[in-house]
Design a protein around this ligand. Structure first.
Ligand code: ATP
Ligand code: MG
Length: 589
C-alpha cells in the first residue's frame, strides 16, 4: 500500500467527520504531528445513546473531557448525570475566566470560547456532602445490589432474594436496614419457623451470616443511604427553564472509603431509570447521558449476576434514549461484553512503563479500527487534553481514528466555592422534597408492634438497639434500644464483630464457625486493589427475560437451583423486580 500523504490523511478525517445533524464538538485533529483546525472531530448527538468509553492514564484529561462534553450536552438541551469523584466537576456552576494560555489553545483548535455557567443540581448520597440527599429504599435497591454492598457470596445472595420474596409477599415493607434486619430476625426466630420452612432454601446459618453483615453495615453508618423519601430518578431527566439540560452532579467525597456502596448506588440509579423509561426508538438526541467516572469500581469483584445485569442494562437502555459513558484508566477495566457495546471511544494517553502496561496498550490498540496512525506510538505520546477518537457516524459506521486536541470547558475546571454550592442547594426545588429523612411504618414497626401479626418476632438484644439509635420510636419489645451499641464510625470494629457473632450464635444455637476477628477493617474491605474478582469471566445475558433467568440460575448455588426452578411462579415476582432485582417506586404505587 502506498504511503498516504499528510494531506490525504487529513482529507480522510475531514470527510469522515462531516456529519449531518447536531454534534458534540470534540476538538481538532493532529496528523503527522501537526494540528489541523480545519479538521474538526465531533460526535453526532443522535449516536450518544450508543454509549462510550473515556479512558487514559491518570492526569491525561479524562475528567475534563467529560466536563466539556457535559457542557455541550446541557447546551443542546440534554440532561446529564455525572458522579463527581474528586469534587472537580462542581466548577460547571462557575464561569471560567480564560487565561492567555487557555485562549491560545482554544484559538489553535478553532474553538469559539467564552466563560459560562451551567444549570447544575448538586446531589449527595445519603446527604454525605453538601448536595440534595439521595436515598433508596431497601426494597427498591433489591437483593442483588444489596448483596454486593454486603459482600455476600452467591449462595447468600440467593438466600437474600428469598428474604425479599418473603417480605414482598407478606406486605412487610423493606424501607431501611432495620426493616430488613427485623424480617431476617423474624424468620430465624422460633415464631418464624413455619414461614422459614415454607420458604425453603434459606438456612438458618446463611440467614445468620446475612444478619451479621447487615449489622456490620449499620455499624459502618450505612443506614443513612437507605430510607425515605426515596430519590425519584426522573429528577435526572429535567431541563432548566431556558431549555438547557440540567447537569446532576453527584458528589462522592468519601468514595474511597465505601467504593462498593457508591458504585452499587450508581447502578441502582441506572436500573431504576431503566425500569421506568419507555422504549424510545431512534431519537435526534438522547434523553440523558450518564457518565460513570472511576468505572472500574463497578466491576471489581462483581458477581456473575451483577455483571450480567450491567451487561443487560447497557445493552437495552440505549433504546430508551440513555447514553452511558464509562470513564476509567484502561479499557481492560471494563468486561468484554460491556466494552463491546461502547461504540464511541475517547482514548487519552496510556503509559507503557511496565510489562503489564505494555500488554494493556497492545490490547487497547487492537480494539481500534485500522487507521493511518501508529496507535501504539500515538497513545504513548499523546499530550494532556489530547485523545485518540473514533465514534459512530450518523449512519452507525465508525468514523476514522483521529488524534484530537480536545476542546476546553467554558466553566471552571475544578471545584466551585462552597458558598456557591450551598446557595445552589438551598435554592433547589428538590430540597423540600428530599432534604429531610422520614421514617414511616414499615416491616420493623409491623414486626415489633405489640398485637401485630408478627408479635413473636421482636428483635431482641443490643443489636435491635443498634439500629434504633434515637429511641424516638422505641416501640420495639424486649430490649430494643436498651443500651446497645450505637451505630457510627466511632464504633470499635472488634466490638461490632463480637456482637454480630453473638447474634449469629444465638440464631444458630451453636458457636459461630466464623473467625473471631474480621481479617480486614470493614471500611476498607471493598478497596478495589484488595478485592479478588469472584468471577473471572463475565458472560453475556440474553434478552431481559433470558438474562434474568440466567442471572438467577447463576446466582443460586447447588441445591438451591432446583428449588428455584420449582418455585418458578413464586419467584416470578422477584424476577419482575427488574434486571438488578430492583423495584421501581412508581411501579410499587
Ligand atoms: N481539554 C483540555 N483543555 C484544557 N486543559 C486540559 C484539558 N484536558 C486536561 N486539561 C488539563 O489537565 C489537567 C488534568 O486533567 P484531568 O483532571 O481531566 O485528568 P484525569 O485523566 O481525569 O486524571 P485522573 O485519572 O487523575 O482523574 C486538568 O486539570 C487541566 O489543567
Ligand atoms: Mg479524573
Amino acid at each position: 500500500m502506498a504511503i498516504k500523504s499528510t494531506a490525504d490523511k487529513v482529507a480522510t478525517i475531514v470527510q469522515g467527520y462531516t456529519l449531518e445533524g447536531p454534534t458534540i464538538e470534540l476538538g481538532a485533529a493532529i496528523v503527522d504531528g501537526e494540528l489541523h483546525k480545519d479538521a474538526p472531530v465531533r460526535l453526532p448527538l443522535a449516536m450518544m445513546n450508543r454509549h462510550g468509553l473515556v479512558a487514559g492514564a491518570t492526569g491525561t484529561g479524562k475528567t475534563v473531557t467529560l466536563h466539556m462534553m457535559a457542557e455541550q450536552l446541557s447546551t443542546a438541551g440534554v440532561p446529564v448525570f455525572l458522579a463527581d469523584i474528586k469534587g472537580d466537576l462542581s466548577g460547571l456552576a462557575t464561569a471560567a475566566t480564560g487565561s492567555d494560555k487557555l485562549l491560545a489553545r482554544t484559538e489553535s483548535i478553532g474553538q469559539p470560547w467564552s466563560g459560562k455557567t451551567f444549570p447544575v443540581e448538586f446531589l449527595a448520597l445519603g446527604g454525605d456532602g453538601q448536595g440534595i440527599p439521595v436515598r433508596a429504599t431497601v426494597t427498591s435497591f433489591g437483593p442483588i445490589l444489596l448483596s454486593r454492598v454486603m459482600d455476600l457470596n452467591e449462595t447468600q445472595e440467593s438466600s437474600l432474594q428469598l428474604v425479599f420474596h418473603f417480605a414482598d409477599k407478606n406486605n412487610l415493607e423493606l424501607i431501611d436496614l432495620k426493616d430488613l434486619r427485623a424480617v431476617i430476625q423474624f424468620l430465624t426466630s422460633a415464631e418464624g419457623k413455619d414461614e422459614l420452612e415454607e420458604l425453603g432454601g434459606l438456612s438458618k446459618a446463611t440467614a445468620g451470616v446475612i444478619l451479621r453483615e447487615l449489622i456490620t453495615l449499620e455499624a459502618q453508618g450505612m443506614e443513612k443511604f437507605f430510607g425515605e423519601p426515596e430519590f425519584d430518578t426522573a429528577e435526572l431527566l429535567r431541563t432548566a427553564p431556558d431549555g438547557r439540560g440540567v447537569v446532576s452532579c453527584l458528589e462522592l467525597p468519601t468514595l474511597q472509603t465505601k467504593p462498593m456502596l457508591f458504585s452499587t448506588f450508581l447502578m441502582w440509579l441506572l436500573a431504576d431509570l431503566f425500569e421506568d423509561l419507555p422504549e424510545a426508538g431512534d431519537l435526534d438526541k438522547p434523553k440523558l447521558v450518564f457518565f460513570l467516572d472511576e468505572a472500574h469500581l463497578l466491576f471489581n469483584g462483581a458477581s456473575k449476576a451483577f455483571l450480567d445485569a450491567i451487561t443487560t442494562t447497557v445493552r437495552l437502555i440505549r433504546s430508551k434514549g440513555v447514553g452511558i459513558f464509562f470513564v476509567t484508566q484502561t479499557p481492560k477495566d471494563v468486561p468484554a461484553d460491556v466494552l463491546g457495546q461502547l461504540a464511541n471511544r475517547v482514548q487519552h494517553a496510556l503509559r507503557a512503563y511496565t510489562p503489564e502496561d505494555a500488554k494493556a496498550l497492545k490490547a487497547t490498540v487492537s480494539t481500534f479500527p485500522t487507521s493511518d496512525y501508529d496507535l501504539a506510538e500515538t497513545l504513548t505520546t499523546a499530550g494532556i487534553g489530547e485523545a485518540v477518537i473514533t465514534v459512530l457516524n450518523e449512519k452507525g459506521a465508525p468514523t476514522p481514528v483521529a488524534l484530537t486536541r480536545l476542546r476546553a470547558p467554558e466553566s471552571v475546571m475544578g471545584p466551585s466555592t462552597d458558598a456557591l454550592i450551598s446557595s445552589t442547594v438551598a435554592g433547589s426545588a428538590l430540597l423540600p422534597k428530599y432534604g429531610t429523612a422520614v421514617d414511616n411504618i414499615s416491616a420493623y414497626e409491623k414486626i415489633t408492634a405489640e398485637g401485630g401479626d408478627y408479635t413473636g418476632a421482636a428483635p431482641t438484644g443490643p443489636a435491635a438497639g443498634a439500629a434504633h439509635p434515637g429511641g424516638s420510636r422505641g416501640r420495639g419489645q424486649s430490649g430494643a434500644g436498651d443500651g446497645g451499641a450505637a451505630p457510627g464510625a466511632a464504633l470499635d470494629p472488634t466490638a461490632i464483630d463480637a456482637e454480630a457473632r453473638r447474634i449469629e450464635e444465638e440464631i444458630l444455637g451453636r458457636p459461630s464457625s466464623r473467625p473471631a476477628e474480621r481479617p480486614k477493617q470493614p471500611e476498607y474491605r471493598d478497596a478495589p486493589e484488595r478485592q479478588a474478582p469472584r468471577q473471572a469471566q463475565p458472560t453475556g445475558g440474553g434478552g431481559i427475560g433470558g438474562g434474568i433467568g440466567d442471572d438467577l440460575a447463576g446466582a443460586l448455588g447447588g441445591g438451591l437451583k432446583s428449588m428455584a426452578r420449582s418455585l418458578g411462579t413464586q419467584l416470578g415476582r422477584e424476577l419482575l423486580r427488574g434486571v438488578f432485582g430492583t423495584s421501581s417506586k412508581r411501579r410499587r404505587r
